[in-house]
Design a protein around this ligand. Structure first.
Ligand SMILES: CC(C)(COP(=O)(O)OP(=O)(O)OC[C@H]1O[C@@H](n2cnc3c(N)ncnc32)[C@H](O)[C@@H]1OP(=O)(O)O)[C@@H](O)C(=O)NCCC(=O)NCCS
Length: 194
């Protein structure tokens, strides 16, 4: 599991003078409590306008999002196929999401979402870019905007799961593995069996 660590990127945050540990007993992640400062479009590696001129449109709601098409992108990058109806429920229960539509086909080509409690914590899921559109900055564009939106809401404990081969994508975006030895743990029923 990776945690967002503002210290690893200088442009988004400054260190706080006051450390508010609201939930010391439950979250190891609460050690990171910086004060978000306003993030402007100039901090983004590519502007909305520039993306639009290349035929890519940003969306922040699931209106106009064809979930079967989104599911196809998930499958194309190797995620197991999931019921589209369940994806719909998951997205309805998602606080922040972003997707990029390719104007020419009207299909989603990049996606990311974050679930959470709306004030302290968020976990980012389903970061994907259609393989035909990878390597041109769309993944970074989506992640920058999603993190920015969370920080604007004051949410500073931001975590995600990363496959080893993608660590290098997340690091420049401000994510670090095991800061101060903090480890993410996942429930694993299988391992408890004798
Ligand atoms: C990982 C993924 C989201 C990256 O999206 P992308 O649009 O291809 O990446 P970008 O073009 O925005 O790349 C941004 C930067 O990250 C780098 N990068 C991209 N993928 C990388 C990887 N796997 N490892 C290291 N660096 C990577 C790029 O070189 C680029 O660097 P630059 O800013 O110095 O030019 C995309 O490749 C993908 O969907 N992969 C399959 C699904 C997946 O693994 N999702 C993550 C689940 S943990």
């Amino acid at each position: 599991m990776l945690l967002f660590n503002p210290i690893s990127i200088s442009f988004t945050l400054k260190p706080t003078a006051h450390h508010h540990n609201h939930h010391r007993n439950v979250a190891v992640f609460s050690q990171i409590q910086p004060i978000p400062i306003p993030i402007t479009a100039t901090n983004l590696s590519i502007s909305d306008e520039s993306l639009r001129s290349k035929g890519f449109n940003f969306h922040r709601t699931i209106t106009d999002l064809n979930l079967d098409h989104l599911n196809s992108v998930f499958v194309a990058v190797g995620f197991p196929r999931r019921d589209t109806e369940k994806i719909q429920i998951a997205l309805e229960n998602t606080d922040s999401l972003l997707w990029i539509e390719y104007e020419k086909t009207k299909r989603p080509v990049a996606f990311a979402r974050a679930t959470g409690d709306g004030v302290f914590n968020a976990i980012i899921w389903d970061v994907v870019v259609d393989p035909n559109f990878q390597g041109i900055g769309l993944g970074k564009a989506v992640m920058e905007r999603l993190v920015t939106e969370l920080l604007r809401k004051g949410i500073t404990n931001i975590a995600l799961y990363s496959e080893p081969r993608v660590l290098g994508f997340y690091r420049p975006l401000g994510f670090v593995a095991d800061p101060d030895g903090i480890r993410g743990m996942v429930y694993s029923r299988r391992k408890n069996k004798k």
